[in-house]
Design a protein around this ligand. Structure first.
Ligand SMILES: *Cc1c(COP(=O)(O)O)cnc(C)c1O
Length: 358
């Protein structure tokens, strides 16, 4: 039996996708081998590579002047590659700090170049994001970095700030969860293991003129330009993770694209937040206007009760509800692939648990 897996990442994948990967594992479309056993330059893998990019372009209505790159090293490696590629000598990059992940991004960037923190709400409780009105950007900044969904705090940017400099967004935990106007961004990036597929591939969508800025002094495999010019195939691409990403993008198109998936996500999140708000026993940890539909964070009256809650839920097949070790509490990650029935099951369990323990 499949668990209701509330893990924040690596996270649940659509069952249809896993079944198809299973069916094709030993013999990919009559080739007598798995896709992971064949050349990354052969025609079968090439078709997967191309389809993944096409599906992503379709999902996002991607303008022609953007490139889809498949990189490795996770979102965390991008924390370094962004300033290495895009923050020139004598330039400043603006960073918005809104939680643990954007804190890591700015910390890494500071060790590489000149960085200005335009806001910091990382320590605020209830958790929140800075308002757009509070942001004062540096004139002529090389770029502005933002995290669209703080996975640990359970907060999400609702409207992206307007910036003169290219806006770069870490969308690791909410990419493809809602419609997106890519033209607002210079670059978006995401480690795959939350909303896209397995760990091992990092999706980067970058405006071509920005990718062109990669300094020649950087090693080639650290340059966005090099990935763009070589279609992410200058060395062996992570073929199996990209294949799974291909299946996930097909699944997303079948869900009605990003509008379709957003509707489902909003329904799941609204039910769960309603269950929290209609009780005095559970307390949401994020300010209402910033609540994430992906990572729902809440507390119980005591840490003992939280531990008991996690343990009893796990016995009922609802796993990984423990909040991040840095903040405690409960975190229910309900990404695109998380089924609505799992949310209903959690809500029933919350009611039972409250009745038995309050
Ligand atoms: C998980 C996560 C990361 C780190 O991703 P890795 O692929 O493990 O490096 C970065 N940013 C956000 C918002 C995340 O949720």
């Amino acid at each position: 039996m499949r668990a209701y897996n509330f893990s924040a990442g690596p996270a649940i994948l659509p069952e249809e996708v896993l079944k198809q990967a299973q069916a094709e594992l030993l013999d990919y479309q009559g080739t007598g081998m798995s896709i992971m056993e064949m050349s990354h330059r052969g025609k079968d893998y090439s078709a997967v590579h191309q389809e993944t990019k096409d599906n992503i372009a379709k999902l996002l209505n991607l303008p022609d002047n953007y490139s889809v790159l498949f990189m490795t090293g996770g979102a965390s490696t991008q924390f370094s590659l962004i300033p290495m590629n895009l923050l020139g000598e004598g330039q400043t990059a603006d960073y918005i700090t809104s939680g643990a992940w954007s804190s890591k991004a700015i910390k890494t960037a500071k060790s590489i170049g000149n960085v200005n923190e335009v806001a910091n709400t990382a320590k605020e409780i209830p958790t929140c994001m800075p308002t757009n009105e509070s942001l004062q950007f540096t004139e002529g900044a090389a770029y502005v970095h933002i995290c669209s969904n703080e996975t640990i705090a359970g907060t999400q940017v609702k409207e992206f700030p307007k910036t003169d400099a290219p806006l770069i967004a870490d969308m690791s935990s909410d990419i493809f969860s809602r419609p997106l106007d890519v033209s607002q961004f210079g670059m978006i990036y995401a480690g795959a293991q939350k909303n896209l597929g397995p760990a091992g591939v990092t999706l980067v969508i970058i405006r071509n003129d920005l990718a062109e800025k990669s300094p020649e002094s950087l090693p080639e495999l650290f340059q966005y330009k090099h990935f763009m010019e070589n279609d992410s195939l200058s060395n062996t691409a992570p073929t199996f993770p990209i294949y799974l990403l291909c299946l996930v993008t097909r699944w997303l198109l079948a869900q009605g694209g990003l509008e379709g998936i957003q509707k489902k996500n909003d329904e799941k999140a609204a039910k769960l937040y309603d269950a929290i708000d209609s009780s005095d026993f559970y307390k949401g940890t994020a300010k209402k206007e910033w609540r994430s539909p992906m990572n729902v964070t809440f507390r119980l009256p005591s840490e003992e009760l939280e531990a008991k809650f996690v343990a009893e839920a796990s016995k009922k097949g609802m796993t990984s509800l423990k909040g991040h070790r840095s903040v405690g509490g409960i975190r229910a990650s309900i990404y695109n692939a998380f089924p609505a029935e799992g949310v209903d099951a959690l809500i029933s369990f919350m009611k039972e648990f409250e009745a038995a323990n309050s």
